[in-house]
Design a protein around this ligand. Structure first.
Ligand code: BGC
Length: 753
């Protein structure tokens, strides 16, 4: 028999509300695991007072050539029929494994994808928390929240038996149609690098090898296995590579994954400019480079260019590598360099000293942090006449329309996919297993969450499938909320930025039926909004994760005052993008993609994309071209208002500072993300501004705070290709401060020489 407690009289209501508040307010928690020390022999490299590099060198001296080569390739991929090897089982149901050197106490490296949660929980019968998408996280502009996100990812990875993540996507959103935009952290190198860096730093602190990917210019999925990204050195250094370098400098990841595509003629995984000159020599990266899955294309050429590990097979870095060594084509020093890098990361990231100990993930903690992150990430885009937050005293009936809001919220696909507990909630019972590139919905019903927080309001759902009945419900309600979604995945790009299907039509129709219409978006990237002027509110919830519905309900009713700001521009239409369409593939490329990753490629299709916009990614492009946008980079509203005043700028040792005052001019406490931009002296040739810093300012109503943002000289420098280095030009730097890239009420100038 089921016990039914009417919502109003539910004796646990207060406790639930307190729990929700705890989820939203609790301080960061440390999750470092207390794994038992493994019984170990008294080998010299087990001396923890030695540096990771010293320990790696000691082990290396004991190893045979075969053992070294075994560290440099994968052993198959469990759930891919075409990638099987005898030791594939070592991968623990994940993405791959490296054998380690068990006789010397060096454990296998067991890897899985972990972009917004641990992959494969469905097929493996495990549990993983889905955090909001990485793009959502970036919208928080909060490195502390990124750290909490990373801690959950890392601890759940370890709990499930892995000791390496394949997360950490920091490719810039150069084209918003890229099907992996939700896995990355937006369009600005400083914001993306900072957020991914802090996420990965805290993820890696859980005694797993961290990874930053996909290096580099893997900015579209179309033809990704062979597309040649053409871009100047200066432009790539000041855009995508800068994001990588910032993330790597913060996280010091044990690994960097090179990408599938080519860059200026060379595959990334055998590209000496990317791997040797930049990553290894200029950035002094100490970890190892592993290929994306099937992204290795040669033996001698690749290892000489700086690739250390082939994944997930041994097509090039197995027997062929040994033959190359025996034939003198690859030196022992080169093998040692690569093997040492793998060993270094095993020591530096704690794999040797903290063996895997499987345990049940802390599900509640995961839910709690997922909710907190989403509450920091939901962007309020429009709030005409303060339609939000919803006021239960005035709103007695609400129509919830579309987007399967009665059962759940959508998630992002591909190798990032996290599987919902109970399976795909929109599939019929008995058919809820999750599949590659199915649209996967989590059991996070906004309808139920809203009913829970507004118990006195009549909230009714209509699927929106039949316009007349949805319109009728909207008409008879005080307010309508339409849920709209746009699904994205690895392995595809979006044809355009429109909401798919008939969702625009549905929104128009509901807005005509009820002037008090709010749209909630669940998208992985920017969308166009032809109906924007007809609705009163727009809320971007992204792919909202395991507790997205609760976070959303808290924002809609004002328990949480939104603070997030867009990490990418929402353009007016695809006509404003550098390329109106992603260049179509040549006709003969049908099998070239899979041939490339299977190591069977014979002729590389002639397909390239000329990234002529260079470093002008996102807002820099629109600004330099004087193109209006729908919502600018850095934009997001709050339930309160802020003003900016009293800017002073100063330059101390080439570290300019911007000091200014932010005031909460409204009636609610809130957090304002105050953004600092700079334009360079004209000798730079740049006609756009760069984000150079920001501050999250927490303010009570009426309160003012004076904050100082210190700008790193690197953010003001140009990349001098002739000198292969960064250069701070002498001259006047204009500093702009304000609430978004398009609105900067404060301006100042600082002279650097
Ligand atoms: C993706 C990577 C992923 C790898 C392993 C590739 O298809 O591009 O991001 O880490 O598969 O699953």
């Amino acid at each position: 028999m089921q016990m039914h407690i009417p919502a109003r009289k539910n004796p646990f209501r207060h406790k639930l509300a307190v729990l929700a508040a705890i989820c939203s307010l609790a301080a960061p928690i440390a999750f470092a695991q207390a794994a038992p020390k493994a019984p170990r022999k008294n080998w010299p490299w087990m001396n923890t007072s030695l540096s990771p590099m010293q320990r790696a060198n000691l082990v290396l001296k004991q190893m045979t050539l075969d053992e070294k080569i075994d560290l440099l390739h994968g052993n198959g991929m469990p759930h891919a029929a075409f990638w099987k090897m005898p030791l594939t089982y070592l991968a623990n149901g994940g993405a791959g494994a490296v054998v380690g050197v068990p006789r010397l106490g060096i454990p296998p490296i067991v890897m899985d994808d972990d972009a917004y949660g641990v992959r494969g929980s469905g097929i493996n019968g495990r549990y993983s928390t889905a955090m909001p998408s990485d793009l959502a996280l970036a919208s928080s502009w909060d490195p502390g929240i990124a750290c909490q996100y990373g801690e959950i990812l890392g601890s759940e990875l370890r709990d499930q038996g892995y000791n390496m993540t394949l997360g950490g996507g920091v490719n810039l959103d150069r084209d918003p149609r890229d099907g992996r935009t939700f896995e990355f952290a937006g369009e600005d190198p400083l914001l993306a690098g900072t957020m991914v860096g802090h996420m990965m730093k805290c993820e890696q602190a859980q005694h797993i090898i961290g990874d930053i990917k996909h290096y580099a210019i893997n900015d579209q999925e179309t033809g990704r296995n062979f597309v040649d990204a053409i871009i100047s050195k200066r432009a790539m250094q000041e855009s995508d590579l800068l994001a990588f370098h910032i993330a790597i400098s913060i996280a010091h990841p044990g690994a960097v994954m090179c990408s599938y595509n080519r860059v200026n003629g060379n595959f990334s995984c055998q590209n000496p400019y990317l791997l040797r000159d930049t990553l290894e020599n200029a950035w002094r990266f100490k970890g190892f480079v592993l290929s994306d899955w099937g992204g290795t294309h040669s033996t001698v050429r690749a290892i000489k260019a700086g690739l250390d590990m082939e994944q997930p097979m041994d097509i090039y870095f197995g027997p062929k590598l040994k033959q190359a060594v025996l034939a003198g084509k690859v030196s022992m020093a080169e093998i040692n360099n690569s093997a040492r890098r793998v060993l270094y990361s095993e020591f530096a990231d704690g794999l040797v000293d903290h063996p895997i100990q499987k345990m049940v993930p802390n599900v509640r903690k995961g839910f709690c942090v997922a909710q907190r992150v989403e509450q920091h990430s939901i962007v309020l885009l429009k709030n005409q006449d303060n339609i939000l937050p919803l006021d239960p005293a005035r709103i007695h009936t609400i129509a919830i329309i579309g987007g399967h809001a009665n059962v759940g919220m959508i998630s992002g696909g591909g190798s990032a996919q996290v599987d919902p507990p109970g399976g795909n909630v929109i599939a019929p019972p008995g058919h809820r297993a999750t599949y590659w590139q199915a649209h996967i919905w989590f059991p996070t019903s906004p309808l139920k969450a809203l009913r829970h927080v507004m118990p006195g309001t009549k909230i009714t759902y209509n699927s929106g499938d039949v316009l007349a009945s949805a319109d009728a419900l909207a008409k008879s309600s005080d307010l309508a909320i339409v849920f709209a979604h746009q699904w994205e995945s690895e392995g595809m790009d979006l044809p355009n930025l429109s909401l798919p299907g008939k969702q625009n039509q549905l929104i128009e129709s509901i807005a005509a039926a009820n002037p008090h219409t709010i749209v909630v978006l669940e998208t992985g990237t920017a969308v166009t909004m032809p109906w924007l002027n007809k609705v009163q509110g727009v809320v971007e919830a992204w792919y909202a994760g395991s507790s997205g519905h609760k976070a959303l309900a808290n924002v809609l009713i004002g328990r949480v005052n939104p603070s997030a700001k867009l990490a990418m521009t929402f353009p007016l239409s695809v006509n404003e993008l550098p390329r109106k369409e992603i260049p179509p593939l040549p006709p003969a490329t049908k099998n070239a993609g899979s041939d490339a990753i299977m190591g069977k490629i014979h002729a590389i299709p002639d397909y390239s994309v000329h990234y002529f916009e260079g470093a002008k990614v996102g807002y820099k492009w629109y600004e330099s071209q004087h193109k209006p946008v729908l919502f600018p980079f850095g934009f997001g509203l709050s339930y309160t208002t802020y003003s900016y005043s009293h800017l002073t700028v100063a330059a101390d040792n080439h570290h300019p500072t911007a000091t200014f005052t932010v005031t909460n001019t409204g009636h609610r406490a809130g957090t304002e993300i105050a953004e600092v931009y700079a334009s360079l002296p004209s000798a730079s040739g740049e006609n756009y501004r760069r984000l150079v810093g920001w501050s999250r300012v927490k303010l009570n109503p009426g309160q003012s705070k004076t904050v100082t943002v210190t700008v790193s000289p690197r953010m003001l420098s140009i990349y001098n290709t002739a000198k292969s280095g960064w250069q701070l030009l002498p001259g006047a730097y204009h500093i702009y401060v304000g609430p978004s890239s398009a609105t900067t009420p404060l301006e100042g100038t600082v002279h650097l020489n």
